[in-house]
Design a protein around this ligand. Structure first.
Ligand code: SF4
Length: 292
C-alpha cells in the first residue's frame, strides 16, 4: 500500500481499511490546521488506487469498512468516486461502508442525484468539519463555509440518507466566547441532526495562522475551565432525540462519551468531576497542546 504524506483517520475508523485517494486537503486553509501543510493537494491516480486495492485484498479480503484517506476525499469528482467504489466492491464483496472526510464545499459541489448515487454505492458516515455553528468563528478560522451554507448542505446529505459525523472543536471561539459558541453550535446541531457528534479541543500549532494570531494578541485562547464549561453548555443545549456524543479526542482534558439525551446528566457530572480533580488554579490557564 502506498501512502504519501501523513495519514489521518478519525479514531472510530481504527479498524477500517485505509485507502489513500488524495494527497493532502483541497482547502488547506483553516487557520488552526497544520495537518497537510507539507504536501500539495492532488488526487491519487486510479491505477495506484487499483494496485492498493489488490494489495489490501490480499491481506484482508473480508474488510467490511473502508476509509478513504486524506483531508477531504469527497472533493473527488463523483465519476472518480464511483470508479473507486466500483473497484472496491469488485474485490471486497463484504464491504458495506465507504467513509471519508468531507467538507461542506465538497457536498455543495455534488448534485442530489450524485449524492444518491454515492449512497447507493455504500458511501456513508461522512466526517464533516463543522467545528462551530457561529459565523464569526467560522470566518475567523477560514473554514470555507458559513453556518447557513453548512445547514443547507447537511440537509441535502440527510435527504440522500447519508449519515454524517459532526466534528466540533471546543475552545475555537477563544477566551470569553465559549458559552456563546456552545449555544450557537448546539442550535446548529439541533437543526442539522448528525448521527454522531465528535468533539475535540483546539490545539494551536506553530506555523499556523492561528498561532501567529495568538502571538500577535489577535486571538486569546480560552482557559481550560472555560473549555470544560463550554462542553457542558453544549451537551446541555443539545435536544436531539437519539445521538451519540463522543468527547474522547486525545486533545480533550476530560474524556466522556454517551448517548443523548439519556446520558446528559451523567456526562455533565463527569466533566464536573474532572473540574474538581484538576482544581480551579490549574484550570485557570490555557493548556498547550502540541499533538493531535
Ligand atoms: S478542511 Fe480539514 S484538513 Fe483541510 S485545512 Fe481545514 S481542518 Fe485541515
Amino acid at each position: 500500500m502506498k501512502y504519501e504524506g501523513t495519514t489521518y483517520r478519525p479514531p472510530p475508523e481504527a479498524d477500517s481499511l485505509l485507502l489513500q485517494v488524495t494527497v493532502g486537503c483541497a482547502h488547506n486553509r483553516c487557520r488552526f490546521c497544520a495537518m497537510y501543510r507539507d504536501v500539495q493537494f492532488r488526487p491519487v491516480p486510479l491505477a495506484q488506487i487499483e494496485a492498493d486495492i489488490e494489495e489490501a485484498w490480499g491481506i484482508n479480503p473480508r474488510a467490511e469498512r473502508i476509509f478513504l484517506v486524506n483531508g477531504d476525499a469527497l472533493v473527488l469528482p463523483t465519476q472518480a468516486l464511483e470508479a473507486i467504489a466500483g473497484k472496491i466492491h469488485k474485490r471486497f464483496t463484504e464491504c458495506r461502508t465507504i467513509s471519508m472526510y468531507a467538507s461542506i464545499r465538497n457536498i455543495r459541489a455534488k448534485s442530489d442525484r450524485e449524492l444518491a448515487a454515492l449512497k447507493a454505492l455504500g458511501v456513508d458516515d461522512l466526517y464533516v468539519g463543522v467545528e462551530s455553528g457561529w459565523d464569526r468563528v467560522l470566518a475567523r478560522i477560514d473554514k470555507g463555509h458559513t453556518a447557513a451554507e453548512a445547514e443547507r448542505q447537511l440537509a441535502r446529505l440527510n435527504q440522500a440518507g447519508i449519515n454524517h459525523v459532526a466534528n466540533l472543536m471546543l475552545g475555537v471561539a477563544g477566551q470569553c466566547s465559549g458559552q456563546a459558541n456552545a449555544r450557537r453550535t448546539a442550535d446548529f446541531i439541533n437543526r442539522t441532526g448528525p448521527g454522531v457528534i465528535w468533539v475535540g479541543t483546539l490545539a494551536i500549532f506553530e506555523g499556523t495562522e492561528l498561532h501567529a494570531d495568538m502571538v500577535a494578541g489577535r486571538f486569546v485562547p480560552a482557559t481550560e475551565l472555560e473549555i470544560l464549561e463550554e462542553e457542558k453548555a453544549l451537551i446541555d443545549a443539545i435536544e436531539l432525540d437519539d445521538v451519540r456524543f463522543y468527547g474522547v479526542h486525545p486533545t480533550n482534558t476530560v474524556r466522556i462519551s454517551g448517548r443523548l439525551p439519556q446520558d446528559k446528566t451523567k456526562m455533565i457530572a463527569a466533566i464536573d468531576a474532572g473540574i474538581e480533580t484538576f482544581g480551579p488554579e490549574t484550570l485557570s490557564t490555557a493548556f498547550s497542546r502540541t499533538s493531535l
